[in-house]
Design a protein around this ligand. Sequence first.
Ligand code: GLN
Length: 468
Amino acid sequence: MIDTLRLTAGEVNDLLTRREATSDEIFAAYRAAIDERDGELHCFLHVCDDAPGEGIPIAFKDVVSTKGIPTTAGSRILEGFAPVYDATVAARCAARGLRTLGKTNMDEFAMGSSTENSAFGPSRNPWDPSRVPGGSSGGSAAAVAAGLAPWALGSDTGGSIKQPAALCGVVGLRPTYGTVSRYGIVAFASSLDQIGPVTKTVADCAFLYSVIAGRDDCDSTTVELPEPVAIPEAEDLKGLRIGVPTELNEADGIEPGVSEQVARALDLARELGAEVGECRLPRSVEFGLACYYLIAPSEASSNLARYDGVRYGLRSGNGDVRSMYDRTRHDGFGDEPKRRIMLGTYALSAGYYEAFYGQAQKVRTVIRDEHDAAFEQFDILVSPTSPTVAFELGARTANPLAMYAADLLTIPSNMAGLPGLSIPCGLSEGLPVGLQLIGRQFSENLLFRAGHALERALEFDYVPERLR
Ligand code: GLN
């Protein structure tokens, strides 16, 4: 029997190349793990009984269109919808023999930080099922942490890969804006959305990124990578200049236990040869969240206009076409998408556009410039990924602003279009703490190198204690 809990995707690959297990046996082992543990964790919205291919299994966040396989984005409005084509990222995985295990749970339309906004019920954190796995890619992160998939794809608009990876003790990469195709991805906020890997190790992350990244003729926002992805082998950080932005490390609401683990990681980084210094991102942190909550809802209100009962999924009402639109959107969208559509429609409306959306775009430029200035002195910037460890289910559902604060530390670099890697760096109160490494545009290889060297030194055990 293959024990999936500890297996990395790289190790699955070794089993296959050494012919110690067949692809079918491996697929069956993950299916068995899902049968055993997903009743409690609810990482999956759809599980595949079989899938073509001779390679490693993979799970996709339910924003990734998969031909003939239900794709709901966690929303009732897409219930019953099965796409007629594969997203480019799914097609690229299939072309490498990766086999689709299923579709993972998420906050509705990726709006949230806990998966509690899923119309189909929340996922739970494998480290402590009374707590959230983070979100919106919580199903993907929890599935990888619980050994229900060797790796997965998620999507990240304001932090939805990095934050759940941190809360579940796994690795997550939000790639540089424009490096991974969004063709066939359910759109949330198009100037921010990126697809990226969720894995157990940095080497797996680099490999999966190499599979999905690069120019796609079906998505004109993509570019070719300036250099091929290098699978990291570095064991030291000699010559690396690490900036520690004060505001990202001393923000209100960062738990002391989180700061302690980040400080320990920085000590290790110095031992590995890195130079560590302070830097500042004052306006990025002060205005990042507010700026995001104008830009993301504005773009969402436009992207979500297509769900009208005509083209996809749910159709409600039996009167005239106008009341069919109203009924479908009334019944199909949950509270959070409705809140965002209202916010966004308001911010884009004539008379308010300049004051809100236009102003937010200007602030966004300020945020980008501030990051550029920091990168004149440093190669990577480091902070906690999330201010807190995983919180209890229900703790923030009544207060949207408390939920929005979960992404305080991930949003600024996202607004600047920069890549960010989250790696687990220790435990606080028995729960994982994530370390966020931010790089210049297209510096994924450097993030992988630094992340890999730190991962070795940190010796974090990614198997949740209660499952060991
Ligand atoms: N939590 C943020 C939001 O609700 C980010 C979500 C995301 O990255 N998809 O918008």
